[in-house]
Design a protein. Structure first.
Length: 368
């Protein structure tokens, strides 16, 4: 049975809540963690149309990017727009969960989806916001159990280096120990010195899963007392951050803008700069990204793409010689829904049905 908690855990594997800004309100908005889930609706925003779409499609859970509640609510007035949404959600037993700024910062989140959609190559983080410490875990194992423990470590998420997984190093040696009175040794006899052919398995583990990896390793280890070491690495860490920066095939600003409009299905674009200028190095931030124009300039890009660009910020960028494309808040974030759909389909196969909302269009504008 797939519960809402299992769905949430999978989402938090790629968008952990610790990445969210302090002011943000990510996580469970309405409902139970134990509800059985057969159908999920993905939406950028939650509005009354999205809720009715969920009801019509007999959806069990809505996962949104923008939280339903940013501020604490003091009353639920059923005569208000928000109150009517809450009433419909509760009456139809729909779970609502939101992943916002944590999905912005995460790998495989909003900004990676935007960079991939625009075919930006060699994509890197524009502004680092969070660094996850990395550790080396070394455990001593009898040779009879080395393959089992190596698999346990890899299955738990240890051993990830770049695009590789299950990375370990193994060295052989002789382990010695004498079981004392009161012990229950897997190998050897009480008060007799024992020598055992052992291996030392070394693996890299990120700080967020270290405790879980160690717990599973100890549980599956044959020894009563497990010998292992943990060292914090100073030369490795995992970075999370806002925006992405990379390269495209050289083209003119106007031609690239046309591609952006097509790829993002934007109702409109605003272009600031010389439309005939050749562009190659690109920076993107999904959503409202005026605050990162200065960072795009520091990255020495040719054009910066985001949404909600303010007039005075655009003027400053033009003085710096930085081209801008405002593709809209909605269009620069909506594309993450396709990425989430593929992710959930891979993780849950046919166990649950994934839908992308066609009604979360509050961010679209009518061009006349």
């Amino acid at each position: 049975m797939i519960t809402s908690k299992k769905v949430i855990n999978k989402l938090e594997d790629i968008a952990p809540k610790k990445l969210a800004e302090e002011w943000d309100n990510v996580g469970l908005q309405i409902g139970s963690l134990n509800k059985k889930i057969k159908k999920v609706l993905l939406a950028l925003d939650i509005n009354i149309d999205v809720v009715e779409e969920a009801i019509e499609n007999q959806v069990d859970m809505i996962i949104s990017h923008h939280p339903m509640f940013f501020d604490p609510i003091k009353t639920i007035d059923l005569d208000t727009y928000k109150g009517q949404m809450i009433e419909k959600i509760i009456k139809n037993d729909i779970v609502v969960y939101s992943a916002h700024t944590n999905l912005d910062l995460s790998k495989d989140g909003v900004n990676d989806a935007l960079a991939e959609t625009l075919e930006i190559e060699n994509s890197q983080i524009l502004v680092t916001e969070y660094r996850e410490a990395m550790y080396k875990l070394s455990v001593f194992v009898p040779v009879t159990h080395e393959n089992k423990i190596r698999k346990v470590l890899g299955d738990a998420g240890a051993g990830g280096i770049g695009n590789y997984s299950y990375c370990t190093f193994t060295s052989k040696g002789i382990g010695t120990f004498k079981p004392n009175e009161g012990s229950n040794p897997y190998i050897g006899n009480i008060e007799e010195l024992e020598k055992v052919d052992e291996v030392k398995i070394e693996v890299i583990v990120s700080g967020d899963i270290l405790d879980d990896v160690v717990k599973k390793m100890i549980y599956n280890h044959p020894y009563e007392e497990v010998a292992y070491d943990i060292f914090k690495l100073e030369n490795q860490y995992i970075e999370y951050g806002i925006g992405r920066v990379g390269n495209i095939n050289k083209t003119t600003l106007i031609n690239f803008a046309k591609k952006v409009k097509e790829k993002l299905n934007s109702a409109y674009l605003r272009i600031y700069g010389n439309i005939n200028e050749e562009v190659e190095k690109i920076a993107v931030v999904g959503g409202s990204g005026s605050d990162f124009i200065k960072d795009a300039k520091k990255a020495n890009v040719d054009v910066y793409i985001t949404g909600d660009i303010k007039h005075h910020d655009a003027q400053q960028a033009m003085e710096w010689g930085l081209n801008l494309i405002d593709a809209g808040h909605f269009s620069t974030e909506k594309i993450v829904m396709n990425k989430l759909e593929k992710y959930f389909r891979k993780e849950f196969s046919t166990d649950i049905e994934i839908l992308i909302s066609e009604k979360d269009n509050s961010g679209k504008y009518l061009s006349i």
